[in-house]
Design a protein around this ligand. Sequence first.
Ligand code: ACO
Length: 323
Amino acid sequence: MKFCEKDKCFFISKIRMRIIGTGRAHPAKVVTNAMLEQFLDTSDEWIKERTGMSERRVITSEKLEDLAADAARRAIEDAGIEPTDIDYIICSNVVNEYVTPGLSCIIQGKVGAKCACVDVNAACSGFIYALDMADDRIRSGKAKNILVVAAEEPTRMVDWNDRSTCVLFGDGAGALIFERSSSSYSGIIDTVVMSDGAGYDILHGTNDHKIEMNGPETYKRAVLSMPHAARYIMDHAGITADNVDWIIPHQANLRIIESCAARLDFPLDKILVTVDKHANTSGASGVLALAYGFESGKIKHGQLILYPAFGSGLTWGAALIRV
Ligand code: ACO
């Protein structure tokens, strides 16, 4: 069912989940392009021009699980709930210290929650997949409060001698608390997730923790897939780009972001960009940008946010959120 208000139309569901808390945590170590120039045949100019990145945060002395738990604690505090109020934890993660258990379980233990936990590995689209799963669980009535964390350490997989990949990535963790709500206005309006496993060889990580990537092909697929998912979700909601206040795309590369904006006919000043400071933090990039958007006051309550992502799998998707 659709409802319209002024020139905007939205699908109504009696049950929806809304964001009530956000948190983020970054490693302390800042690696600038100038630092990369010291040991790689690269330049600040090349990296900025091809990717828009100036620096990235890289895990050195910290552990990813501690950053993830820090982000989660901040989100819980921001939401004003107790850890024991959380009914489910979903964590988007590709790689961390352990093959098993899932990072979600480690986060649960560290924050003192008592609930079921599961990890999602959908690479850079992992946060959209986690949102999609959380939304289903809330709408089915199986959960009231869900903690979604995206904690990623892609630098664990990079070869610091391979200039074509290592300059692109950074580490970080972001977290959101979602609450079941009967508001027909705010919350997750819709999510869409898609995959094409035939493209897995374009971009993958191996068991010996190496990223193998066909950069130009990854670029081409990203600039087709993110606008595809974004358009799909806008059509489904009966809205156009004019109705959207912010696009928070997966922060892969500034050129990818700009190309997606052009394809969607969306002005650049309504795109939240953090890739310059954080580089590509895989599934964590969008939630880190969202948390930054709230903290900086750029994103205001009531705004409509479109959140497209693309990554290894190949996977892609989008979420439409009234915050
Ligand atoms: N510094 C200097 N030169 C470099 C570097 C570097 N860090 N990396 C590659 N080069 C060189 C190459 O060796 C090549 O040199 P050659 O012409 O002598 O062979 C030249 O630059 C051009 O290489 P291309 O790969 O064609 O460069 P391109 O313009 O495609 O840019 C890039 C490379 C930035 C990786 C681009 O392909 C890209 O952004 N792809 C998407 C990658 C991505 O985002 N991956 C993240 C995971 S997936 C996701 O998050 C969506």
